[in-house]
Design a protein around this ligand. Structure first.
Ligand code: NZQ
Ligand code: ZN
Length: 387
């Protein structure tokens, strides 16, 4: 096990009706003026927006607001939020939505007190100061509600890039599973796939002596698998929604990666598919993860066989562990298709001619991979397998 330090300060407020406390919660921290940041409007359709405004009003919190965050949030909206936040002199940002809204809020929080261009934080700078954020989560997926990460697309050059700073962890995350009842099935499915991918990016580690986190990862993954069909078939099943929502935060707050190396190849390659073609994050992972596995598993067949045996209950073939892996990858793909998601790039209308450009961009900040370092040609090969 490798050395590590870990602090996850986000207060999780979990359960039915918890969003109604938001005004009191913000007041308890002493914040006075809040920028409410949200997406394309589902919170207005469901009545959540009205609940929030009422709760903030009752607590005497002043507000400004900026809606319109698009899935896979863009820099131009972040810039609008920075301008508005400065003009209105907000001292807190309330993100109401999913990963896109939360990541946009984190970016605005970094940008308001910064004199330079906020994109600097996605290239080489570290923020000295931020406007803090809180979250009301409406979709279990990205895990941004407790993570230190933010992922933004710069429309200029189609660059989708992540940044990770401890100061970006939200102050609190209000997580009411009932708020996810209104999710379209496709978003529910993409969320489950993303949550599982966050665990798998950590499970496939070059570090051997990590039994405890192996077992924690396996537990989260098995919980996702056993509740996935329930949330698809019964969108208002509270207990299943609660398991998935809790899993989403555990998967990505950093805990499951402690003492390990992490991979993130499928994520980085998936981000290029989104940057080029606007694909939904979760569905880039249902395509890229199996392809990455097919290309990589021979570097550590035992690890992949253990994974599929323990997580997907594939019988362990002691004579030919490779058979366990290959049966496992097929089972993983069937699991994704059972959720209604694609597992081939051709079905996402991706053009093969872009593979080398996508590979170059994915590797632009250093070669991807820890189990084995991958150069651009390796990434092209993985895209080809995914096709
Ligand atoms: O725009 P609204 O109206 O909010 O609608 C959203 C959006 O269309 C809708 N939605 C959310 N909650 C709903 C709902 N519709 C009905 N009822 C509800 N309760 O769902 C759509 C997708 O929302 P989005 O926020 O984009 O989803 P998600 O949470 O999957 O976030 C995806 C973004 O997070 C990034 C991804 O790259 C992508 O940009 N990620 C962020 C990470 C992080 N910060 O730690 C890690 C992840 O790996 C990921 O990269
Ligand atoms: Zn993800």
């Amino acid at each position: 096990m490798r050395n590590f330090e870990f602090l996850s300060p986000t207060k999780i407020i979990f359960g039915k009706n918890t969003h109604e406390q938001v005004g009191e919660v913000i007041r308890s921290y002493g914040y006075k003026k809040v920028l409410i940041h949200y997406g394309k409007g589902h919170i207005k359709r469901t009545g959540l927006y009205d609940n929030i405004v009422e709760s903030l009003g009752q607590a005497g919190i002043q507000t400004a607001e900026l809606g319109g965050v698009q899935p896979n949030p863009v820099l131009s909206t972040v810039r609008k939020g920075i301008e508005l936040g400065r003009k209105e002199n907000v001292d807190f940002i309330l993100a109401v939505g999913g990963g896109s809204v939360i990541d946009s809020s984190k970016a605005i929080g970094m940008g308001i007190p910064y004199k330079g261009d906020v994109w600097d934080f996605y290239t080489d700078k570290t923020p000295a100061k931020t406007v803090p954020i809180g979250v009301i989560l409406t979709i279990a997926a990205a895990g941004s509600e407790t993570s230190k990460n933010t992922v933004i697309t710069n429309e200029d050059g189609l660059i989708k890039r992540g940044a990770a700073f401890e100061c970006n962890r939200p102050v609190f995350a209000i997580m009411n599973p009932e708020l996810t009842y209104t999710l379209p099935p496709y978003q529910t499915a993409c969320g489950v796939v993303d949550i599982m991918a966050h665990v798998m990016e950590r499970y496939f580690s070059a570090e051997r002596n990590v039994e405890l986190t192996d077992r924690l990862c396996e537990g989260v993954l098995k919980t996702c698998i056993s509740n996935a069909q329930t949330v698809m078939n019964e969108p208002e099943n509270y207990n299943a929604r609660a398991e998935i929502m809790f899993a989403g935060s555990l998967a990505h707050n950093g805990y499951l990666g402690l003492g390990r190396t992490e991979e993130w190849v499928s994520h980085r390659m998936g981000h290029e598919i989104t940057a080029f073609y606007g694909a939904t994050h979760g569905e880039t992972l249902s395509v890229m993860f199996p392809a990455w596995m097919k290309y990589i598993y021979k570097h550590d067949t035992a690890l992949f066989a253990k994974f599929f045996n323990r997580v997907f209950d594939v019988e362990y073939d002691f004579f030919e562990p490779e058979n366990t892996v290959l049966r496992g990858i097929a089972k993983l793909e069937s699991f994704y298709t059972s959720l209604g998601l694609k597992v081939r790039l051709r079905d996402l209308n991706v053009d093969e001619n872009q593979f080398s450009e996508m590979a170059k961009k994915a590797n632009a900040r250093g070669k991807l991979g820890n189990i084995v370092k991958l150069d651009d040609d390796d990434l092209v090969r993985i895209y080809e397998i995914a096709y």
